[in-house]
Design a protein around this ligand. Structure first.
Ligand code: SF4
Length: 396
């Protein structure tokens, strides 16, 4: 693995229109609305080769050298002029799909875009996810933004199979400590993922994660996206298949979750009744900033049973069931068909794909689900693999 270094002051080249046309359309589209926010990805290509990378889904895994799809200024304009962008409200993610934002050649462009957004006085949440090196001088830059609510999430899996995880997890661990030690205006979150039983679910892995969680403002644990493209990569490289089936959502088996929660919450291991551990990324980010969850997960009350009491109180105060007539009008304008419902847990719509659903969700601070893809009780929006229904049968 060779990590390119930025020649001083030289910007990353921009791909030619012809090369951009050769990319999958979904990769060439620089703005994508995801659950944790409106995601801006104007740089693609990464040398880090994580076996479970979502670039497999974009046929982009072989592109090891990062390249821009447009200038930084054009990228900022694409984001803030996007039809779903709302100043001070829409959460933003930068470079979380096709590269690592802290790679030496990528970082100057990340900082440039952050500077442009901050200079516009925007106070939106901005999430940056990295597993690469973060130095004290980077922290000084991250602390310098005056308006944005910035969170750096550090991915740490502890997986020691080099074919799946070629980047030494100690790099991420060192970055997390550095970020935490120097945090003034930004916050840092331990992004403990992907958790895959058999690969990184041993007591030693759990103990390591628990130790690291003391060097973060919050910790979130999640499972593996195991789509057919990623399964094909595992098979082609002779890697052990972690699951027999693939799934649309992340996989986090019930037994694995229970082990983690028991480990964090038993008196032997912790002094407080609750560790600052979360199932959902937005919950961890919100907690780190002392705010209520912007995804309205409070409606899915069983998600909150591991949340610190003071955070529960914050979310309880902020959570309001929206007015049905108002939601119906908004949903119709976005193209919803069928009946719109507002239950005690979520807004339920038909005929809207993910971007408009996330727009409603972030706008109302209330979950918004597709009637055709129900969330099952206690599975927390994850794949049904490894879960039992309330009557004891498996749900898939
Ligand atoms: S109270 Fe519930 S919704 Fe709020 S941060 Fe905690 S887990 Fe998330």
């Amino acid at each position: 693995m060779t990590v390119p270094v930025a020649p001083h002051g030289r910007a990353l080249p921009i791909l030619s229109p012809q090369k951009i046309r050769g990319l999958k359309p979904s990769l060439a589209d620089v703005v994508e609305y995801r659950k944790s926010g409106l995601s801006l990805n104007w740089i693609v290509g990464c040398p880090l080769e994580c076996g479970y990378c979502v670039r497999h889904l974009f046929d982009n895994f072989e592109m090891k050298v990062p390249r821009r799809l447009m200038s930084d200024e054009e990228a900022v304009a694409s984001l803030v002029q996007h039809k779903y962008f709302e100043p001070h409200r829409t959460p933003i993610q930068l470079l979380n799909r096709a590269t690592d934002p802290m790679l030496p050649v990528v970082k100057p462009h990340l900082v440039n875009v952050l500077r442009h957004l901050d200079n516009q006085g925007l106070t939106n949440h901005v999430l940056i996810i990295t597993r690469w090196r973060v130095e004290p001088e980077d922290c000084a830059v991250l602390n310098s933004f005056k308006n944005l609510r910035l969170t750096v999430l550090v991915t740490h899996s502890g997986i020691d199979n080099e074919k799946i995880e070629p980047v030494d997890s100690n790099i991420a661990a060192a970055s997390l400590r550095t970020l935490f030690d120097h945090a003034e205006r930004y916050r840092t979150v331990l992004y403990w993922r992907p958790i895959v039983p058999g690969l990184n679910g041993s007591d030693a892995h759990l103990e390591r994660a628990r130790e690291l969680s003391a060097h973060a403002h919050a910790t979130v644990f999640t499972g593996l996206f195991f789509r057919k493209e990623i399964a094909a990569f595992y098979e082609a490289y002779g890697l052990p298949l972690p699951y027999e089936d693939t799934a649309r959502r992340k996989i986090m088996p019930q037994a694995a979750e229970k082990r983690i929660l028991d480990y964090f919450h038993t008196a032997e291991h912790v002094t407080a009744p609750w560790g600052a551990l979360f199932r959902k990324t937005s919950c961890a980010v919100a907690y780190a900033h002392g705010e209520a969850d912007y995804n309205g997960h409070y409606g899915i009350r069983e998600l909150c049973n591991i949340c610190p009491q003071e955070q529960l109180a914050l979310c309880r105060l902020a959570w309001r069931k929206p007015d049905l007539a108002e939601v119906t009008q908004d949903a119709r304008e976005l193209g919803a068909t069928g009946t719109v419902e507002v239950t005690e847990r979520a807004i339920i719509v038909e005929g809207l794909d993910e971007p408009p659903r996330y727009y409603l969700q972030h706008g109302y601070g209330y979950q918004c689900h597709d009637r055709a893809k129900p969330h099952h009780y206690r599975q927390h929006g994850r794949a049904p693999i490894g879960w039992k229904a309330e009557n004891g049968t498996t749900t898939a």
